[in-house]
Design a binder for this molecule. Structure first.
Ligand SMILES: CC(C)(COP(=O)(O)OP(=O)(O)OC[C@H]1O[C@@H](n2cnc3c(N)ncnc32)[C@H](O)[C@@H]1OP(=O)(O)O)[C@@H](O)C(=O)NCCC(=O)NCCS
Length: 186
Protein backbone atom coordinates (compact mmCIF):
# COMPACT_ATOMS: atom_id res chain seq x y z
CA UNK A 1 0.00 0.00 0.00
CA UNK A 2 1.16 3.55 -0.65
CA UNK A 3 -0.05 6.75 0.90
CA UNK A 4 -1.46 9.25 -1.61
CA UNK A 5 -2.54 12.78 -0.80
CA UNK A 6 -5.54 14.32 -2.54
CA UNK A 7 -5.69 18.09 -2.64
CA UNK A 8 -9.11 19.38 -1.64
CA UNK A 9 -10.66 22.79 -1.18
CA UNK A 10 -12.91 23.87 1.62
CA UNK A 11 -15.40 26.29 0.07
CA UNK A 12 -17.80 28.48 2.03
CA UNK A 13 -20.85 30.68 1.44
CA UNK A 14 -22.93 33.10 3.51
CA UNK A 15 -26.55 32.08 3.85
CA UNK A 16 -29.01 34.92 3.34
CA UNK A 17 -32.51 35.73 2.25
CA UNK A 18 -31.21 36.15 -1.33
CA UNK A 19 -31.01 32.35 -1.51
CA UNK A 20 -34.71 31.88 -0.97
CA UNK A 21 -35.90 31.86 -4.61
CA UNK A 22 -37.38 28.39 -5.17
CA UNK A 23 -35.09 26.39 -7.49
CA UNK A 24 -36.88 25.49 -10.74
CA UNK A 25 -36.21 21.92 -11.82
CA UNK A 26 -36.64 21.15 -15.52
CA UNK A 27 -39.97 19.49 -16.50
CA UNK A 28 -40.17 15.81 -15.56
CA UNK A 29 -38.23 16.13 -12.31
CA UNK A 30 -39.26 16.84 -8.73
CA UNK A 31 -37.70 17.18 -5.29
CA UNK A 32 -38.41 14.52 -2.68
CA UNK A 33 -38.05 15.56 0.96
CA UNK A 34 -36.17 13.44 3.50
CA UNK A 35 -37.99 10.56 5.11
CA UNK A 36 -36.26 7.73 6.99
CA UNK A 37 -37.83 5.20 4.57
CA UNK A 38 -35.70 6.79 1.79
CA UNK A 39 -32.32 5.97 3.32
CA UNK A 40 -31.60 3.15 0.83
CA UNK A 41 -32.62 5.35 -2.12
CA UNK A 42 -30.21 8.08 -1.00
CA UNK A 43 -27.47 5.46 -0.65
CA UNK A 44 -28.12 3.94 -4.09
CA UNK A 45 -28.28 7.35 -5.81
CA UNK A 46 -25.05 8.34 -4.05
CA UNK A 47 -23.41 5.12 -5.28
CA UNK A 48 -24.60 5.59 -8.88
CA UNK A 49 -23.41 9.22 -8.83
CA UNK A 50 -19.93 8.57 -7.40
CA UNK A 51 -18.90 5.02 -8.34
CA UNK A 52 -16.79 6.02 -11.38
CA UNK A 53 -15.75 9.48 -10.17
CA UNK A 54 -12.55 10.84 -8.62
CA UNK A 55 -14.14 10.97 -5.15
CA UNK A 56 -14.52 7.18 -5.16
CA UNK A 57 -10.68 7.13 -4.99
CA UNK A 58 -10.58 9.73 -2.23
CA UNK A 59 -13.35 8.01 -0.22
CA UNK A 60 -13.39 4.34 -1.23
CA UNK A 61 -16.79 3.82 0.45
CA UNK A 62 -18.34 5.98 -2.31
CA UNK A 63 -17.28 3.38 -4.86
CA UNK A 64 -19.24 0.58 -3.16
CA UNK A 65 -23.00 0.15 -2.74
CA UNK A 66 -22.54 -1.15 0.82
CA UNK A 67 -20.14 1.66 1.59
CA UNK A 68 -22.73 4.24 0.55
CA UNK A 69 -25.33 2.56 2.75
CA UNK A 70 -22.96 2.65 5.73
CA UNK A 71 -22.16 6.29 5.02
CA UNK A 72 -25.86 7.21 4.85
CA UNK A 73 -26.51 5.48 8.18
CA UNK A 74 -23.64 7.44 9.74
CA UNK A 75 -24.92 10.72 8.34
CA UNK A 76 -28.49 10.33 9.63
CA UNK A 77 -27.25 9.22 13.07
CA UNK A 78 -25.24 12.41 13.54
CA UNK A 79 -26.60 14.84 16.10
CA UNK A 80 -26.56 17.68 13.58
CA UNK A 81 -28.33 15.83 10.78
CA UNK A 82 -30.77 18.24 9.11
CA UNK A 83 -33.73 16.65 7.32
CA UNK A 84 -34.62 20.03 5.78
CA UNK A 85 -31.25 20.16 3.98
CA UNK A 86 -31.50 16.55 2.76
CA UNK A 87 -33.19 15.93 -0.58
CA UNK A 88 -33.53 13.59 -3.50
CA UNK A 89 -34.35 14.53 -7.08
CA UNK A 90 -36.71 12.10 -8.81
CA UNK A 91 -37.29 11.57 -12.52
CA UNK A 92 -41.04 11.31 -13.20
CA UNK A 93 -42.79 8.98 -15.62
CA UNK A 94 -45.66 9.92 -17.98
CA UNK A 95 -48.30 9.58 -15.22
CA UNK A 96 -46.28 11.71 -12.86
CA UNK A 97 -45.09 8.67 -10.89
CA UNK A 98 -41.49 8.39 -9.69
CA UNK A 99 -39.51 6.39 -12.27
CA UNK A 100 -36.07 6.70 -10.66
CA UNK A 101 -34.02 8.80 -8.30
CA UNK A 102 -31.23 10.73 -9.96
CA UNK A 103 -29.93 13.24 -7.42
CA UNK A 104 -29.04 13.26 -3.73
CA UNK A 105 -27.68 15.62 -1.09
CA UNK A 106 -27.56 15.60 2.71
CA UNK A 107 -27.00 18.43 5.16
CA UNK A 108 -25.53 18.46 8.66
CA UNK A 109 -25.06 21.24 11.20
CA UNK A 110 -21.45 20.77 12.29
CA UNK A 111 -20.08 21.52 15.76
CA UNK A 112 -19.15 25.09 14.78
CA UNK A 113 -22.69 25.83 13.57
CA UNK A 114 -21.85 25.66 9.86
CA UNK A 115 -24.12 23.84 7.44
CA UNK A 116 -22.00 21.04 5.96
CA UNK A 117 -23.00 19.80 2.49
CA UNK A 118 -22.48 16.05 2.15
CA UNK A 119 -21.81 14.40 -1.21
CA UNK A 120 -23.90 16.27 -3.77
CA UNK A 121 -24.44 13.74 -6.57
CA UNK A 122 -26.37 13.54 -9.85
CA UNK A 123 -26.38 10.22 -11.74
CA UNK A 124 -24.47 10.39 -15.06
CA UNK A 125 -27.50 10.30 -17.44
CA UNK A 126 -29.05 13.36 -15.82
CA UNK A 127 -26.08 15.73 -15.60
CA UNK A 128 -25.82 19.10 -17.30
CA UNK A 129 -29.52 20.00 -16.70
CA UNK A 130 -29.03 22.21 -13.65
CA UNK A 131 -30.21 19.43 -11.31
CA UNK A 132 -27.02 19.66 -9.26
CA UNK A 133 -27.34 23.45 -8.92
CA UNK A 134 -31.03 23.18 -7.94
CA UNK A 135 -30.34 20.45 -5.39
CA UNK A 136 -27.49 22.41 -3.81
CA UNK A 137 -29.71 25.50 -3.52
CA UNK A 138 -32.45 23.39 -1.93
CA UNK A 139 -29.97 22.15 0.71
CA UNK A 140 -28.70 25.70 1.38
CA UNK A 141 -32.28 26.86 1.88
CA UNK A 142 -32.72 24.05 4.41
CA UNK A 143 -29.70 25.36 6.34
CA UNK A 144 -30.99 28.93 6.22
CA UNK A 145 -34.46 27.91 7.42
CA UNK A 146 -32.81 26.02 10.29
CA UNK A 147 -31.22 29.33 11.36
CA UNK A 148 -27.68 28.75 10.05
CA UNK A 149 -25.75 31.68 8.62
CA UNK A 150 -22.88 29.99 6.80
CA UNK A 151 -22.29 26.77 4.90
CA UNK A 152 -19.27 24.86 3.64
CA UNK A 153 -18.33 21.87 1.55
CA UNK A 154 -15.13 20.14 0.55
CA UNK A 155 -14.31 19.33 -3.04
CA UNK A 156 -11.39 17.49 -4.63
CA UNK A 157 -9.18 19.94 -6.56
CA UNK A 158 -9.35 17.79 -9.71
CA UNK A 159 -13.15 18.00 -9.75
CA UNK A 160 -13.17 21.14 -11.88
CA UNK A 161 -16.80 20.88 -13.06
CA UNK A 162 -18.06 20.72 -9.48
CA UNK A 163 -15.81 23.62 -8.42
CA UNK A 164 -17.22 25.76 -11.27
CA UNK A 165 -20.74 24.90 -10.14
CA UNK A 166 -19.94 25.88 -6.54
CA UNK A 167 -18.33 29.15 -7.61
CA UNK A 168 -21.36 29.97 -9.72
CA UNK A 169 -23.56 29.41 -6.67
CA UNK A 170 -21.40 31.85 -4.65
CA UNK A 171 -19.09 29.48 -2.75
CA UNK A 172 -15.50 30.71 -2.34
CA UNK A 173 -12.32 28.85 -1.40
CA UNK A 174 -11.58 29.24 2.31
CA UNK A 175 -8.60 26.91 2.53
CA UNK A 176 -6.81 23.93 1.03
CA UNK A 177 -6.78 20.61 2.84
CA UNK A 178 -5.05 17.34 2.01
CA UNK A 179 -6.75 13.98 2.43
CA UNK A 180 -4.38 11.06 2.94
CA UNK A 181 -5.57 7.82 1.34
CA UNK A 182 -3.89 4.41 1.32
CA UNK A 183 -4.07 2.95 -2.18
CA UNK A 184 -2.99 -0.47 -3.40
CA UNK A 185 0.44 -0.35 -5.06
CA UNK A 186 0.33 -1.72 -8.63
C1 LIG B 1 -20.98 17.82 -9.87
C2 LIG B 1 -22.38 17.36 -10.24
C3 LIG B 1 -23.21 17.22 -8.96
C4 LIG B 1 -23.02 18.41 -11.13
O1 LIG B 1 -24.36 18.03 -11.40
P1 LIG B 1 -25.12 18.60 -12.69
O2 LIG B 1 -26.58 18.34 -12.49
O3 LIG B 1 -24.51 18.15 -13.92
O4 LIG B 1 -24.84 20.14 -12.47
P2 LIG B 1 -25.48 21.38 -13.22
O5 LIG B 1 -26.15 20.96 -14.48
O6 LIG B 1 -26.27 22.14 -12.22
O7 LIG B 1 -24.17 22.21 -13.48
C5 LIG B 1 -23.42 21.90 -14.61
C6 LIG B 1 -21.98 21.72 -14.28
O8 LIG B 1 -21.71 20.35 -14.06
C7 LIG B 1 -20.78 19.86 -15.05
N1 LIG B 1 -21.44 19.01 -16.04
C8 LIG B 1 -22.36 19.30 -16.93
N2 LIG B 1 -22.68 18.23 -17.67
C9 LIG B 1 -21.93 17.24 -17.21
C10 LIG B 1 -21.80 15.88 -17.55
N3 LIG B 1 -22.54 15.34 -18.52
N4 LIG B 1 -20.91 15.15 -16.88
C11 LIG B 1 -20.17 15.70 -15.88
N5 LIG B 1 -20.27 16.98 -15.51
C12 LIG B 1 -21.14 17.75 -16.16
C13 LIG B 1 -20.25 20.99 -15.76
O9 LIG B 1 -18.97 21.28 -15.27
C14 LIG B 1 -21.18 22.11 -15.50
O10 LIG B 1 -20.50 23.28 -15.22
P3 LIG B 1 -20.23 24.29 -16.44
O11 LIG B 1 -21.60 24.60 -17.00
O12 LIG B 1 -19.57 25.44 -15.80
O13 LIG B 1 -19.37 23.54 -17.40
C15 LIG B 1 -22.35 16.01 -11.02
O14 LIG B 1 -21.50 16.16 -12.13
C16 LIG B 1 -21.90 14.83 -10.20
O15 LIG B 1 -22.69 14.19 -9.51
N6 LIG B 1 -20.59 14.49 -10.27
C17 LIG B 1 -20.06 13.30 -9.61
C18 LIG B 1 -20.11 13.39 -8.11
C19 LIG B 1 -19.32 14.60 -7.63
O16 LIG B 1 -18.16 14.76 -7.94
N7 LIG B 1 -20.00 15.44 -6.81
C20 LIG B 1 -19.38 16.61 -6.22
C21 LIG B 1 -18.70 16.22 -4.96
S1 LIG B 1 -17.92 17.62 -4.18
Amino acid sequence: MVLTYFKRFRMEIDLGIDLLTEPQLPPGYRFVAWDPSLLAQHAETKYQSFRTEIDANVFPCLGEADGCLRLMREIVRKEGFLPGATWLVARLGPQGQIDEYCGTVQGIRDRTGYGAIQNLGITPDHRGRQLGSCLLLKALQGFYRAGLTRSFLEVTAQNEGAIRLYRRMGFRKARTVYKAVEVAYS
